[in-house]
Design a protein around this ligand. Sequence first.
Ligand SMILES: N[C@@H](CCC(=O)N[C@@H](CS)C(=O)NCC(=O)O)C(=O)O
Length: 206
Amino acid sequence: MADIRIYGVTPSSFTRTVRLACHEKGIGYELVPTIPSQAGALNPFHKIPIITHGDLTLYESTAILRYLDRTFPGPKLWPEESRAAAFCDQWISAFCDSMVNSALRYLAHQFGFLPVPQEMADKYLAKAREVIPVFDRQLGSSRYLVGDRVTAADLFLAPLALFLPQVPGLKEIAESAPNLARWSADMSGRPSLAATVPDPIPAVAA
Ligand SMILES: N[C@@H](CCC(=O)N[C@@H](CS)C(=O)NCC(=O)O)C(=O)O
């Protein structure tokens, strides 16, 4: 087993992304249950996930996946070819910016993790109506976000995408995204997704 520790909690989208990367590459790890308010000793920004590997402490999920990909053998999470690698970075960045600042924030509000006024939550939902179809169109042009094999970009999108059907408002948007649905079904069948199913969080009332 590799000496990797992941500090986070199972329902956290970014924590699951890091766990997915470990499973896809066959890296053993220990999950150390840590909520953001407990993260300050390892991450001055008080966010999860964080990893430690020997004397290394690393936060920010993209940096963590890059480190895992460069350090460990197993399937590459970024394509070799420069344009495909750039598109992989593009979709990760689009997820971390546009998708997080719409669908993920709306979901966090609905689950009670983000106490913002309803007016703000409504804006997140309106933005999700623009953002989710962009990902859907991309998944209509290739099997995965970048080409015909799973990359790091898919590992960022999957945890959130698989939550969409549980959240009224987002569920209806997801139902109008057939390529995203096809891709979600495909991703759900991967052992990495099966091995990282989040602990339940209370259902959201419609
Ligand atoms: N940019 C960070 C974002 C991580 C993030 O937002 N994590 C969430 C949990 S999924 C968190 O810690 N939220 C607490 C907060 O924002 O205060 C990354 O890529 O790892």
